[in-house]
Design a protein around this ligand. Structure first.
Ligand SMILES: NC(=O)c1ccc[n+]([C@@H]2O[C@H](COP(=O)([O-])OP(=O)(O)OC[C@H]3O[C@@H](n4cnc5c(N)ncnc54)[C@H](O)[C@@H]3O)[C@@H](O)[C@H]2O)c1
Length: 259
């Protein structure tokens, strides 16, 4: 067995949406560390440029591209610019996602808000898959990684838009894996448990953390690099026969908003 190429990403280009911070940033860093040319895309261009600079300063190769995943023109431009700069696309981390955790009571949430969660979490992912697939087919290598959530299988109060959109990601991943598989494009999803990023800080209180840890065998919450480890596995040739899977990275347990 030749193990030398299992994690080798040299010559491959990776786009990461929401790559400036949190799980997206850790994904950019780990993919660059294993040799990928990385496109840090984010609607916060200044932060994306900072992340790209940090990677380049460490000897990696990264550029920043301004992209709000809610805008179709921006998605098209992201793909076009990437091909112009780096010549190919082999890896896509569909990382942007969000919702109003704990604030999605059906008695309060506006229809437009609910739809926006699906636009951001489901539609933008599907659209980017559609845009990158021809390039991956041409490259003869494709790995798409969709960021789901433990919320896709948990039940919690006032989070039905986010949770159901993340559940849609799981099943979209399994189905698109069928469509793209014959072109050697793999598609997998990662469902992080509670991971210490800016997004989590908006809902985490010391009491909630304590309650989460009660149901978490590994007695800490996640760090962004815990999730990035799975991103690396799915992006790299080591997982070349792995597709249509959803893996939950959660310290072996379950973290919900319901104390
Ligand atoms: N942190 C957690 O506990 C957790 C748990 C489960 C799932 N997730 C998922 O992981 C992913 C990343 O979350 P995170 O915690 O790292 O978030 P984060 O808030 O730390 O970072 C999100 C990044 O995405 C960018 N962004 C937000 N909206 C955007 C848009 N419309 N277009 C382009 N960029 C945009 C932000 O500028 C930021 O750089 C999300 O899909 C989230 O649902 C996170």
């Amino acid at each position: 067995m030749d193990t030398s190429k299992f994690f080798d990403l040299k010559g491959k280009t990776a786009i990461i949406t929401g790559g400036a911070n949190g799980i997206g940033k850790a994904s950019c860093e780990i993919l660059a560390a294993y040799g990928a040319k990385v496109v840090v895309s984010d609607y916060n261009l200044e932060a994306a440029e900072k992340t790209a600079k940090e990677i380049n300063d460490k000897g990696g190769k990264a550029i920043a591209i301004d992209c709000n995943v809610l805008e179709d023109d921006a998605l098209v431009n992201l793909v076009d610019q990437t091909v112009k700069e780096f010549g190919s696309i082999e890896i896509l981390v569909n990382n942007v996602g969000g919702g109003g955790a704990g604030k999605e009571s059906p008695y309060d949430i506006e229809v437009a808000q609910f739809k926006k969660v699906f636009d951001m979490n489901v539609f933008s992912m599907w659209r980017l898959c559609q845009l990158v697939a021809p390039h991956m087919k041409k490259a003869g290598y494709g790995s798409i990684i969709n960021m789901s959530s433990m919320a896709s299988i948990n039940k919690s109060p006032a989070i039905s838009a986010y949770a159901s959109s993340k559940a849609a990601i799981n099943h979209m991943t399994r189905n698109l894996a069928y469509d793209f598989g014959p072109d050697n494009i793999r598609m997998n999803a990662i469902g992080p448990g509670a991971t210490k990023t800016a997004a989590l800080k908006t809902v985490l209180t010391p009491d909630l953390e304590k309650a989460m840890l009660k149901h978490t065998p590994i007695k800490r919450l996640g760090e962004a690099e815990d999730i990035a480890g799975a991103v690396l596995y799915f992006a790299a040739p080591i997982s070349s026969w792995t597709s249509g899977q959803v893996i939950f990275i959660n310290g072996g347990g379950e973290q919900t908003l319901d104390m």
